[in-house]
Design a protein around this ligand. Structure first.
Ligand SMILES: [Zn+2]
Length: 247
């Protein structure tokens, strides 16, 4: 996932922040529960007692904006940093999810190419991350692999890409529900931001794939010619749990 809307919302103990900077640099982290991961069959566990993820999405006006990471570079406007992305800003209150009685509001969703999460080593051309935040500033992200197929709402969102140095793109209103697959079974694990500062305690919920057209994939890939995905990180003993089918 990309940045958070407010830097103040990133809660990293000072000692850990220093460790990340000192030992890892901007692309790596020595923290143990990092994202993304390769979801292997060996890492999956079935748990019929997982609390359901209740999705309450409505309609939202969408503004597409380019997230910059290289403002200080004189060639930043033409250089694609691998942590940059196209991000769709959601109207406050337009969508939220509830997990175990805790509400997480949908803040924004953004895209990576290729997909950051892998499934048994396999990636997809794009991955969408829907970023939610609760009152305690904790994050819950829904990750959806995007594959080539019939047009979807994602094609509308990415019809005109926002330039790195220029005006945002006004997408218009969308039904946020149409971003999600019909089958809302999730595979969940505890991970992190996939961009600096790689803060942990992020609840990841991976859903089944949605489709977009090849034209949209190509448009995004032509903007991020070197990709904007982080490499998969070690599981370090973590499991990925799948609950009851939720259709
Ligand atoms: Zn992301």
């Amino acid at each position: 996932m990309a940045r958070m809307r407010k830097a103040t919302a990133i809660v990293v103990p000072l000692a850990l922040s220093v460790a990340v900077v000192a030992f890892a640099g901007p692309a790596e982290s020595k923290l143990p529960q990092q994202s993304p991961i390769d979801v292997t069959l060996e890492s999956l566990r079935y748990d019929p007692h997982l609390p359901p993820l209740n999705v309450s999405y409505g309609h939202s006006d969408i503004e597409l904006t380019y997230i910059r990471k290289d403002q200080d570079s004189p060639t930043g406007c033409t250089t694609r940093d691998h942590e940059e992305t196209e991000e769709a800003e959601v109207e406050p209150g337009a969508g939220h999810v509830t997990l175990s009685g805790v509400r997480y509001d949908l803040v924004q969703f953004h895209f990576h190419t290729p997909s950051e999460h892998r499934f048994h080593g396999q990636s997809t051309p794009l991955e969408m991350h829907l970023v939610h935040r609760n009152a305690a500033q904790e994050l819950l992200v829904i990750g959806i692999p995007l594959t080539v197929g019939p047009a979807s709402t994602v094609d509308k969102v990415l019809a005109d890409l926002a330039p790195e140095c220029g005006a945002n793109v006004h997408v218009g209103e969308i039904d946020l529900n149409t971003l999600l697959p019909h089958d809302r079974t999730t595979a969940r694990y505890n991970g992190s931001l996939t961009t600096y500062p790689f803060s942990e305690n992020v609840k990841w919920f991976l859903m089944r794939e949605k489709t977009v057209t090849q034209a949209t994939i190509t448009r995004f890939q032509q903007l991020f010619t070197s990709g904007n995905a982080r490499a998969t990180q070690p599981l370090n003993g973590r499991t990925v749990t799948v609950g009851r089918p939720h259709i």
